[in-house]
Design a protein around this ligand. Structure first.
Ligand code: ADP
Length: 470
């Protein structure tokens, strides 16, 4: 089975978000189960050629090797990719993003005969490579080399669709007959993601619950009708976690590594972080951690509305993140007023993130929507019990603790409101006080296996199904 995975960002070469993590980790798991996989991405200016051992294949293609035998192909184009950002700069998105990623998609397709790679499936990701299925079924349709290639498009976050002015459509080289309601047209604009969803053979997204949710008006970002129409080929495959990077027994970024059952060492991390953050040093006060974007998507709106009630409870909060200015200001005000209750770091800091995952008792992730989410999986690995809203990947990975059946691995509220959030925090605090229950929750949390192995097998089954339709 041969697969080409296309992504506009791949760890370790270039990253702005979770897409890069997936595109950097999934290929290793695919290779381990016998799939011949190659990768393609743009050759951005920021990619360190010497560090990654890039070699020039021909005038505009570079290669590097990862894993046992995975080749990464970098598409070079000085005009489009030799700049500081991936998608934009301080003034916003680059104005020629339509041309940049249309070019990328074309060049990836042209590459295949040059390297004689007859892929069974072209696995595209997000709007930046969503034109590949469109081109394959239009401009490349009659070319025999591509005859049996299937296409899969994975949507990592439906909110980002690649929208452009209609006046730019001719630059794509496509016939106007695809600029329709069933194709790339979206409220008189060009929509790359919509085109990809309409033309690909299989659509996936990063959790089963999100695959259902995006067919509704509430979560569909205007594409719910099309997604519903394509529901027979729409699947959810949960992302895995890079278990090497997130392992408390090997973690060099935390105060003291610890392993399952060795909870004294976890509490050592807690008191050390309390000290570092200027909070009262006391292993018995429940410590609630948050690491993430300070945005409405992450539940900051209901958290902000509930903050007066929450800070009156017997707890401490440690927040790390950046995002909307209104949440920066609000949290800064609370941290100033209540420095013994809220510690706030408005920055991106991987090392502090590790410390928070290790030190906290409860991990707050009340996201309004969450395609997959990593924080809840990481926190379980660190025996930090997640408190989440029942949505998307959070609903797929976290089950509400039920004392009657002694089942569950976290605290889940299912009505998105300030009062439900406060109530759930109170429930979690109640069980936190019962050490026998809490210890059992921690013991169970670390046993969850979120490795890529299972998800890679699901992708393999879908690649097998991925046959070109008419
Ligand atoms: P997103 O929607 O932002 O991709 P995820 O939960 O899928 O959310 O992944 C976010 C990842 O980024 C997590 O690994 C989280 O720990 C990390 N992260 C987010 N904000 C910060 C920050 N300010 N500092 C360090 N790590 C962060």
């Amino acid at each position: 089975m041969k697969v080409l995975l296309c992504s506009s960002e791949i760890v370790p070469f270039a990253k702005t978000g979770g897409l890069a993590d997936v595109a950097g980790a999934l290929p290793f798991a695919l290779e381990n189960i016998g799939i011949e996989v190659i990768l393609a991405m743009p050759k951005y200016k920021s990619i360190d050629e010497a560090k990654f051992g890039l070699k020039k294949l021909n005038k505009d293609i570079y290669t590097a090797k990862i894993g046992k035998g995975i080749t990464v192909y970098f598409i070079d184009n000085k005009k489009y990719f030799d700049r500081d950002g991936l998608y934009g700069d301080k003034d916003g998105d680059y104005p020629d993003n339509l041309e940049r990623f249309a070019y990328f998609s074309h060049r990836v397709l042209d590459l295949l005969p040059q390297i004689d790679f007859k892929a069974d499936c072209l696995h595209c990701n997000d709007w930046q490579s969503a034109l590949i299925p469109v081109y394959l079924k239009t401009i490349y349709k009659e070319k025999s080399f591509y005859k049996n290639m299937g296409t899969m498009l994975t949507v990592h976050n439906l909110a980002y669709q690649g929208l452009f002015s209609k006046s730019e459509f001719p630059k794509l080289g496509l016939d106007w007959n695809v600029f329709t309601m069933d194709g790339l047209e979206f409220y008189d604009k060009v929509n790359f993601l919509k085109g990809g969803i309409a033309f690909c053979d299989i659509v996936t997204t990063v959790s089963r619950a999100y695959a259902q949710e995006i067919q509704t008006k509430e979560f569909g970002c205007g594409l719910e009708g099309l997604l519903n129409k394509r529901r027979d080929v729409l699947y959810g495959v949960i992302n895995g976690l890079d278990c090497g990077a997130w392992d408390p027994s090997e973690d060099k970024l935390i105060f003291k590594p610890y392993s399952s059952g060795n909870w004294e060492d976890k509490y050592f991390n807690k008191t050390a972080l309390q000290k570092e953050c200027g909070l009262q040093v006391d292993p018995n006060i429940p410590l609630l951690g948050f690491v993430g974007r300070l945005a409405e998507q992450k539940g900051l709106d209901i958290f902000a509305a509930a903050i007066d009630e929450i800070t009156k409870l017997n707890l401490q909060l440690v927040f790390l993140g950046t995002g909307d200015m209104k949440y920066h200001l609000l949290l800064q005000g609370v941290a100033k007023k209540l420095p013994c209750t809220l510690s706030l770091s408005l920055k991106f800091d991987n090392s502090l993130a590790h410390k928070i995952y290790a030190a906290s008792d409860i991990f707050l992730m009340p996201s309004r929507y969450e395609p997959c989410g990593l924080g809840q999986m990481i926190s379980l690995k660190y025996a930090t019990i997640p408190l989440v809203f029942k949505t998307g990947g959070l609903a797929d990975t976290i089950e509400d603790y039920d004392p009657l059946t002694d089942k569950g691995n976290g605290f889940v509220f299912d009505c998105y409101s300030k009062s439900a959030l406060v109530k759930e925090i109170k429930t979690a605090l109640y069980f936190y006080q019962q050490k026998n229950i809490w210890n059992k929750l921690m013991d169970r949390a670390v046993k969850y296996n979120f490795s890529w192995d299972e998800s890679a097998k699901k992708y393999r089954d879908l690649y097998k199904k991925c046959k070109p339709s008419a």
